[in-house]
Design a binder for this molecule. Sequence first.
Ligand code: ADP
Ligand code: MG
Length: 236
Amino acid sequence: TQELLLNSEKLSLAGQLAASIAHEIRNPLTSIKGFHQLMESEGNGNPYYFEILTDEMNRIELILNELLLLAKPQAKQLKQVDLRALLEQVCILMESQMHLHNIEVEVKCEQNVPTFIQCNENQMKQIFINFLKNAIEAMPYGGQIIIMANNIDEDSVLLRIIDQGEGIHEDKLERIGEPFYTTKERGTGLGLMVCRKIIEDHQGSLNITSRLNKGTTVEVLLPLGEKPQNYVPSGH
Ligand code: ADP
Ligand code: MG
């Protein structure tokens, strides 16, 4: 079993820079997309070229959207969120993709233990979507994904996303999470960098273990927050 502790400070500066650049690029891109649509609707130009342009612009947009998740202002909007409910929401969001790829997801959480975390809900959702997407992409022939959330002590919850995918080669594991490092033809190599950054912004940590051709386990350790005043435990 290979193990990698993902903790690097240099990324927080790089991340902020990346987010501000992404923000600057988005405006001209929006304008380019607009004129491109106009030209297409007026029917001047080669439809094949338009297709390429659309593809490439969508790709730029994808990269920018990933980078923009790093943007600072968002991280400040913290609230108490029930991690289990959030995980279930994400699973519902991903349901059709899972189905399409013959993947079954099982969420295993401790019963009746409140798992509230203080977080930016949107960012938290995004990182779980990223992890699940990677898991799906690692299992081209389908399989099972297990999501586990356990309160390991009074102060922290450990979340695990376990897939049965292709795994990550030992030599590559240490590069995972570097900006733009991808092994996929159409990957951005930004997903895990963004995830790590967001998790660190939430005083958490990210750890990835993998065995080639067996699967990958993504572990996220997050501090528990206070449960909200109006919280009513289920089954009581
Ligand atoms: P991308 O998905 O765009 O390639 P990521 O930052 O999300 O970028 O992931 C970087 C690389 O890490 C991937 O290209 C892949 O090689 C590896 N990886 C991430 N998650 C998994 C996983 N669950 N199983 C196998 N490899 C993974
Ligand atoms: Mg990814």
